[in-house]
Write a protein that binds this ligand. Structure first.
Ligand code: GTR
Length: 419
């Protein structure tokens, strides 16, 4: 297979030069509060949908790439799908389970293995899509489900010396409860995030290894891990929009924690995604960088613990978040007018549930440009009660986890916005 033009485009975009009007962190003006989502960096106010779409939204997308997540890689020219197996009587006979191998570059590039569960007789169904933490085999006991060969963190079931084994089969089926989602009438598609980019720094592997080595030249806005995972979601979408069992207009991206940050970024950078569900995503996702919650993770902490999740430029803001020329409400606003649901847990203050509600509220002006006069609840809804406004919010009792009950809430929100 030849290296396609689009593949070369990916590489070219990833090493784009620093634009002159994007100064280093210490040269940026300070703002103690969230920068107004409808004010351009030059101070111009945005009052129309047209100006939002033509000026401010592209400006925000550029800022998020340059200062936080790294360059958004180009779309590959072609994504090839090969069905590895298909079980039409899966999930108690109510669904069809498939695993699909997605190839999108030269043969040495990583592939994505998408586990797809669809309800029988209900095609085309709305579909949840998103990355998982430890491999598809953790989600389904079926022996045909592939075990990842890429590096896997040791904390997942059955992992020995960072390699996944058959011991893990089905051991995390509660995190992506395929049968429950299919029973609710939805399709669900997920892939191992580490197939796109393993979750560790300083190793040339995954999609990062496809970048040209620029000797001695650090690239401050090189595509970072969360951006690569988001890009992986987009490749999954490339397949889903061609699948006759799935309704291409009714896709919801979901993810937990670091993969919730990914879900929000994936939604912001791909308009084919109709609903965006970052679950307990916190700092670097739906949680604000300018946090007022002393229990929440900070930019300093996250860029120290997980430097590879963000591009090198973002670390410069650790000591002074007031220099960040945006906050996470800008990422939500890029999704407008598409519904975004932030889901949280009381005991998970690290993910900053109250800060996330502030982010939602601050994104609302962009949604109002599309004619929704009340896109967000006036106050944080009571524990266990979903606010299904276009900018939705939910907080339950309990801890940091993605559970079958959380999925009931995603379905409830999807029932409102994707039916
Ligand atoms: C934590 C990290 C959070 C969150 C979480 C997770 O260690 O501080 O930002 O992403 O990991 O992904 O489970």
């Amino acid at each position: 297979m030849r290296l396609s033009l689009a593949a070369l485009g990916t590489l070219a975009m990833t090493v784009a030069a620093t634009p002159a009007d994007l100064p280093p962190a210490d040269k940026l003006p300070s703002a103690a509060e969230f920068p107004d989502v409808l004010t351009m960096r030059d101070g111009t106010k945005v009052a129309t949908k047209k100006d939002w779409e033509e000026k401010r939204r592209p400006e925000l997308k550029e800022l998020f790439q340059h200062y936080m997540y790294g360059r958004f890689p180009a779309r590959p020219e072609k994504v090839t799908a090969k069905i590895l197996f298909e079980d039409p009587k899966a999930l108690g006979g109510k669904g069809t389970l498939r695993e699909v191998e997605l190839t999108f570059g030269p043969p040495e590039w990583p592939k994505i293995y998408l586990l797809v569960a669809t309800p029988n007789g209900k095609a085309p169904a709305a579909c949840f899509v998103g990355p998982n933490f430890g491999g598809n085999h953790l989600l389904a006991a079926d022996e045909r489900v592939r075990i990842p060969t890429a590096w896997v963190p040791d904390r997942y079931p059955g992992v020995v010396k960072n390699r996944a084994t058959a011991e893990g089969r089905g051991k995390q089926s509660d995190t992506w409860p395929l049968r429950q989602v299919v029973d609710a009438g939805y399709a669900v598609a997920t892939f191992y995030c580490g197939d796109v980019q393993p979750d560790r720094p300083n190793v040339q592997e995954g999609m990062r290894a496809t970048l040209p080595a620029v000797k001695g030249l650090p690239i401050p806005d090189e595509t970072a891990t969360i951006m690569w995972w988001a890009w992986g979601c987009h490749r999954a979408v490339d397949f889903l929009v061609t699948d006759t069992r799935i309704d291409p207009k009714r896709l919801a991206v979901a993810g937990h924690s670091r993969l919730g940050k990914t879900a929000l970024l994936a939604g912001a950078f791909d308009d084919r995604i109709a609903v965006v569900i970052p679950h307990q995503s916190g700092c670097g996702g739906a949680g604000p960088s300018r946090s007022k919650n002393p229990k929440a993770e900070t930019v300093k902490r996250i860029t120290t613990s997980f430097p590879h999740w963000f591009c090198a430029n973002f670390s410069a803001f650790g000591d002074d978040v007031t220099k960040i020329p945006f906050d996470q409400h800008g990422l939500v606003a890029i999704c407008a007018p598409r519904p975004v649901l932030m889901t949280n847990a009381e005991e998970d203050q690290w993910a900053n549930p109250p800060g996330q509600f502030d982010v939602l509220t601050a994104a609302a002006p962009a949604y109002k440009l599309y004619g929704d006069a009340h896109p967000v609840a006036d106050k944080v809804p009571a524990e266990g009660k979903l606010s299904d406004a276009r900018l939705g919010y939910f907080i339950r009792a309990g801890k940091h986890a993605m559970t079958p009950d959380d999925w009931k809430v995603y379905v409830q929100f999807a029932d409102k916005w994707l039916k």
